[in-house]
Structure formats: structure tokens, C-alpha cells
Design a protein around this ligand. Structure first.
Ligand code: TRP
Length: 328
């Protein structure tokens, strides 16, 4: 039997997850969990680059884990764990930090993006080293495939460069991981922004109530030239059509396209319909989430079990790293 390839994927615990996470990453993780050997990381140290306030990190990690479990990640198959609880991440991070130039990290496009989003003038050493910590996350588990959104592809490239450098300098320990993009890698936000994100305030949370989903969808931007029912619309430029109906209501696409163009369908009804399909889509999720929410001890057990399993793999890799380097 062929050995399954290893997946390593992760997210920063910024709180409850939204549809963008589901469509851009989580559905992919769930779909791949039979075919691959999956490890899922809660990047709580990486979260420090967004805010130094740690008061919500634990709670956010648990909420994120509940979301992961509720979309169908199976803890029996795939360990889920916090980066901070496995010391080997920081150890490997230090070693890898010697194998890449500061100039290369300064050229990393996502660092520039983050600095712009956070509105900060001087970045920390930790911001610059963000992809090095991510490389440690991936390589510690010898991740071969990294299912990520588009914005993370430069970090996987940096990981490959570091892995190559280690392997030629010392001994071949690491595979060269490859990114794997989801089909809808980027779901636009309700405000028409290219990306759904917490900081832009344009999200639908997986855990939003049906009522909230209806209200949020009611505010989504549509074709600005279609002001009232009867006006002909242009579905190709309307995100409610090309993103939400396409993803969550594919069966009605031809009818909506026709009735929007003719003016028979108004935006209010069209959005209510999209919201209903999203609500419907999330029914199994909502049910599972309720169960996990009412049993947080069980969720913590899952986390601790995942951490114990991940730690064994991490320790084994570090032993190989030290041997390759002739130290320890
Ligand atoms: N940087 C990733 C993000 O913001 C999160 C992350 C941390 C990650 N470590 C990882 C993703 C390792 C994939 C693999 O989305």
C-alpha cells in the first residue's frame, strides 16, 4: 500500500470563522482528509503579529476548533493542535532563521500587505520572521501538501527555499512542500471587497443565526445600476450572483441570470433567496456546533489528544534535524 502524503495546514485563531474560510480552505481540508494524512495547526504564536493582546487567544482557539470540528474535520484521522504547546516549533524556527536572508524576507509580499492593513510603521522582528515560523510549522511534520488560500502561496515558496537550503547544507531531512489551492480560493465580502475578512467587517460567520444571515445579506452590494425591480441587471458584475448563488445555489443559476437581466427579479428577493440557500447549506454545521458548544470539555480533550499525537511527530523530526547537523 502506498503511504498517504502528509498535509499540513493551519490558521491563525482570530475568532469565529466565516464563509471565506469555509470555501477557501476548510472544505478542501475536509475533502482531502481520506486521501491524505492531515495535520491541522492552530497558529496561536502567529496571531501575535495581528495583536499583542493575548486575552482572547485561548478562547479564539477553542472557537476555531469548534468550527473545524463542525464542518467535518475528523479528530480521529487528523490531529488538531496549538503551535504554542509543541516546543519544537520554536526550536526549528530558530534553526531555520539562519538559512534565509533578511533581504529575502523583506521582499515577502504578505508582510507588506499586513503592514498596510495594520497601519503600523515599524514592523517587529517577528513580522519579518512570520514565514520562517510557518516553514517550521510545515517542515516539522514533513508536510508535502499545504492547502492554503492564494495569499499564502509566497510563504509556501519560502518554505521550499528553506527546506532546500537545509537539505543541501546538512542532510536531506525535508520534503519540498507544494501549495494546493481551493477552487473558490477567494470569496468576496458582502461589501464587494475582493476578500471576506474580519478586519473589513464584511463577513458571514459560519455560526451566524439565520436571522443575522438574512440581515447581512440584505446589505450586500449589487449592480449599482439596478435600483428597483424592473430595472435590467447585470449578474456578471453582481457578487450576490457570481459568488453566492454560484457557490450556494448552483441549480437556479440560469433562472436567476434570466430574471435579473429581464428585470423580473428584484435585488431584495434575490438576496433573500441567496441567504436562504446559505442558511440551508449551514444546517448540518449549526447542529454539530451546538453539540460541541455544550460540551467544551470534550473539545479540550480533542485538542490535548491532537497535541500529544503531533508532539511525537515533532520530536522525531527534531531528532533527525539534530543528527543531520551533528549536534545533540
Ligand atoms: N499564515 C497562515 C494564515 O494566516 C496560517 C498558518 C500558520 C499556516 N502556519 C501555517 C498555514 C502552516 C499553512 C501552513 O492563513
Amino acid at each position: 500500500m502506498n503511504k498517504k502524503k502528509r498535509i499540513l495546514s493551519g490558521m491563525r485563531p482570530t475568532g469565529k470563522l466565516h464563509l471565506g474560510h469555509l470555501v477557501g480552505a476548510l472544505e478542501n481540508w475536509v475533502a482531502l482528509q481520506g486521501e491524505y494524512d492531515n495535520f491541522h495547526l492552530i497558529a496561536d504564536y502567529h496571531a501575535l503579529t495581528t495583536s499583542l493582546d493575548t486575552s482572547e487567544i485561548y478562547n479564539n482557539s477553542i472557537e476555531m476548533l469548534i468550527d473545524w470540528l463542525s464542518v467535518g474535520l475528523d479528530p480521529a484521522k487528523s490531529p488538531m493542535f496549538r503551535q504554542s504547546q509543541i516546543k519544537e516549533h520554536t526550536e526549528l524556527h530558530l534553526i531555520l532563521s539562519m538559512l534565509i536572508t533578511a533581504a529575502r524576507l523583506e521582499r515577502n509580499p504578505t508582510v507588506k500587505e499586513q503592514v498596510r492593513d495594520l497601519n503600523i510603521e515599524n514592523i517587529s522582528y517577528g513580522h519579518l520572521g512570520y514565514p520562517v515560523l510557518q516553514a517550521a510549522d510545515i517542515l516539522l511534520y514533513k508536510g508535502e501538501v499545504v492547502p492554503v488560500g492564494e495569499d499564502q502561496v509566497p510563504h509556501v515558496e519560502i518554505t521550499r527555499e528553506i527546506a532546500r537550503r537545509f537539505n543541501t547544507q546538512y542532510k536531506k531531512v525535508f520534503p519540498a512542500p507544494e501549495p494546493k489551492l481551493a477552487k473558490f480560493a477567494r470569496l468576496p465580502g458582502l461589501d464587494g471587497n475582493a476578500k471576506m475578512s474580519k478586519s473589513a467587517g464584511n463577513t458571514i460567520l459560519l455560526s451566524d443565526s439565520p436571522d443575522t444571515i438574512q440581515k447581512k445579506m440584505g446589505k450586500a452590494v449589487t449592480d449599482p445600476l439596478k435600483i428597483r425591480r424592473g430595472d435590467p441587471g447585470r449578474p456578471e458584475i453582481c457578487l450576490v450572483f457570481y459568488a453566492y448563488h454560484k457557490k450556494f445555489n448552483p441549480a437556479e443559476i440560469p433562472v436567476i441570470d434570466r430574471d435579473c437581466r429581464s428585470g423580473a427579479l428584484g435585488c431584495v428577493d434575490c438576496k433573500a433567496n441567496a441567504a436562504n440557500h446559505i442558511i440551508e447549506y449551514l444546517v448540518p454545521f449549526r447542529e454539530k456546533r451546538r453539540q460541541y458548544e455544550s460540551n467544551r470539555n470534550h473539545v479540550e480533550e480533542i485538542l490535548h489528544d491532537g497535541e500529544a499525537r503531533a508532539r511525537l511527530v515533532a520530536q522525531k523530526t527534531m531528532k533527525e534535524v539534530h543528527e543531520a547537523m551533528g549536534i545533540g
